[in-house]
Ligand binder design. Structure first.
Ligand code: HMG
Length: 445
């Protein structure tokens, strides 16, 4: 069977940066270590006043197409995943295609365009849709562009404010991919939840503490479902585990639970058992409370073992590098985690070809998906072509007053404008409103 997966990938960050420990924490009267150690974040990417989900998506896709030498006729599908859309009818992908048609000769008139919504998991769902379209043989030899783009903004003073972010990841999905192929097997954990939602409002209503528990519950179900179709898996089967990363502290919580699940009934459980005992099993306890207490104690002890800490440093920590500097990019977050991991391998001269990734996507509301990916032979060349550091380094550092102004400028309920803090160059920018209330864009040379 021909492999299908991600052939190439690009990112686009918002052009501004909010420093959490040094600029945000003092204004909130919080200890900077709450952000750096607790949440695991040093900064958030933020959009300048001329940036939005369309400009970031189009800028990422433009670089992707130019770098791969693609023309519009090579693309049969443009899917955008976002939870920051501004139009309930016209999909963001039409705006993105309109932007790209300003800079390429041809057009996308025969490409299927759509928009996917299911909180942060929609980026992975779009990836799955493109995979299925190619697998079904309906692509006429053409590739798909999947873009995950979000301005992950919270209301001012919401606890989620510290986890904000803004950026896009564009992916080229094709047969015989250069970066990673996707497994046929998938596992899902899905339930009707009200932990995080935006009922016709720009900023989310969030039950933050509960959202953390819902994330963990759905991920566990997805892992079990994956194992039910793919068979048992072992933690050492995977080079990296890129998970949805609303903030790195969330992944720290998820990782130990995933490890506990994966080592059950394996040689690792036996080896670790010599230090901390075997994992508690439900049938050994009279009631649920006693079982949960024993499991919590075991998990705390597990997280302190050298074996676990070594696995975490090698398999999970490298996935968090970019998230620490940019915050939550919602639909793009797990795709940034994959890039972080592969960049880490390239920088440390680790040979990954043929290795597997355990990918955990999550979206509030709520659904998790687990699938695996196999790293392809040309992965290094692909990853080394990205300009992630350049993009992160050139962001403009906001003062707190500037942050307040630019947050207001992006607030749909406020009629305020603010001066641009950066000068656009070789990029798409928001250019005002059209006669039917549509957004207009132009390319700045
Ligand atoms: P909070 O109440 O401000 O923070 O909000 P906290 O008091 O819980 O502290 C956070 C962590 O920092 C804690 O660590 C503290 O102990 C630690 P934990 O105990 O949980 O391991 N801490 C410190 N550490 C070191 N030194 C210190 C210090 N002080 C505190 N001085 C909350 C946290 C997550 C609730 C908030 O950020 C929030 O509401 N975020 C938005 C919701 C969210 O991201 N949920 C995550 C799961 S849901 C999800 O991922 C989906 C999502 O991406 C949306 C989608 O799918 O569309 C959000």
């Amino acid at each position: 069977m021909t492999e299908v997966g991600i052939d190439a990938i690009e990112i686009r960050t918002g052009n501004l940066r909010l420093d959490l420990p040094n600029t945000f924490a003092p204004q909130k009267g919080e200890d900077p270590e709450k952000y750096t150690k607790g949440l695991g974040l040093t900064g958030s990417s933020f959009p300048d006043s001329y940036e939005d989900i369309v400009t970031m998506a189009a800028n990422a896709a433009h670089r992707l197409m130019e770098r791969k030498g693609l023309e519009p006729e090579d693309i049969g599908r443009i899917d955008v995943a976002t939870e920051s859309a501004f139009d309930n009818s016209k999909p963001v992908s039409t705006y993105v295609a309109g932007c790209l048609e300003q800079v390429f000769e041809g057009d996308f008139h025969h490409a299927n365009k759509g928009e996917r919504k299911f909180a942060c998991i929609a980026g992975t769902q779009s990836l799955d849709d493109a995979y299925n379209w190619i697998r079904a043989g309906r692509n006429r030899g053409r590739a798909a562009i999947v873009i995950a783009t979000d301005t992950a903004l919270y209301a001012r003073d919401d606890p989620g404010e510290a986890t904000q972010g803004a950026g896009a990841v564009a992916m080229l999905i094709d047969e015989e991919p250069d970066l990673v192929s996707l497994s046929l097997e998938q596992g899902y954990g899905s339930a009707d939840e009200t932990d995080f939602l935006k009922p016709n409002q720009q900023f989310p209503s969030v039950d933050g503490k509960r959202s953390v528990q819902v994330y963990l519950a759905r991920m566990r179900e997805a892992l079990e479902d994956y194992k039910s179709v793919a068979g048992d898996i072992h933690p050492d089967d995977f080079a990296y585990g890129p998970f949805h990363t609303p903030f790195p502290g969330m992944v720290r919580k998820a990782a130990v639970l995933a490890y506990r699940n994966l080592i059950r009934d394996t040689d690792i459980e036996d080896v670790i058992g010599e230090q901390i005992g075997e994992q508690p099993r439900r049938d050994e306890f009279a009631d649920d409370d006693a079982f949960v207490d024993a499991l919590t104690d075991y998990t705390d002890a597990l997280s302190e073992t050298e074996r676990y800490q070594h696995w975490y440093s090698a398999t999970i920590e490298p996935t968090l590098g970019i998230a620490r500097e940019v915050g939550n990019w919602y639909t793009a977050s797990v795709h940034l985690a994959r890039i972080s991991a592969l960049r880490h391998a390239a920088e440390n001269d680790i040979d990954l070809a043929g290795d597997r990734l355990l990918v955990g996507s999550y979206g509030s509301g709520a659904q998790a998906e687990i699938h695996t990916e196999t790293v392809q032979d040309n992965w290094r060349e692909e990853i080394e072509a990205l300009n992630v550091d350049e993009q992160l380094d050139r962001r403009y550092d906001l003062t707190f007053a500037e942050y307040e102004d630019v947050h207001d400028a992006h607030n749909h309920d406020m009629d305020t404008e603010t001066e641009e803090l950066t000068t656009p160059e070789s990029e798409f920018v928001f250019d005002g409103w059209g006669r039917m209330g549509e957004r207009k864009y132009r390319y700045v040379e």
